[in-house]
Design a protein around this ligand. Sequence first.
Ligand code: 5GP
Length: 188
Amino acid sequence: MSKGKLLVLSGPSGVGKGTIVKEVLKLRPNACVSVSCTTRSPRDGEIDGKSYFFISKEQFESMIGQGGFLEYSEHFNNYYGTPKKFVEEKLLSGDVILEIDVNGGLSVKKSMPQAVLVMIAPPDKEALYARLRGRGTEGEDVIAMRLDRADYELSKAPLYDYTVINDDLYQAVGEVVKILEEGEQDND
Ligand code: 5GP
């Protein structure tokens, strides 16, 4: 019997999901973040098994064949997926947070309707766009793709259970913690 809540956090890249998750984990010691599998290469400072499980395309496709993913999708020509066994095992001891895109979140909700979907939105779309434009040295086409993607993510907010605006970090963290605490007494 699962003990924890499955919480999906989505939102455009650059909106601060990672920071929110880090703070939520400090307040909820029984919660953990699911580690996704990806076929993209590690960035500087990323650790295998912590940031992601970095696996090959062949390994990823073989896991798809074995039904090993709760959901998976492709971004920027790489696969990303949530390992099913990892999540099921972690739910036995506490909450599990998935930091995944909207398509992933909506597929999780289909296979696990008890999942709670939370959209993290920016207070100001223009500031987010500026951040996405300014990150790195990518070309215009990559930037345009990233801005489109941000709009797409936000357009799915009405299908999510909650939208939390990341204006003040601690207020946003408080809202997410409250969502995790809701109905907790019925959760034994
Ligand atoms: P990045 O390469 O910047 O780490 O992630 C790119 C995108 O992949 C982000 O939007 C991130 O939320 C999404 N992502 C990361 N892990 C997963 C996953 O397991 N499933 C899905 N569907 N998306 C993921």
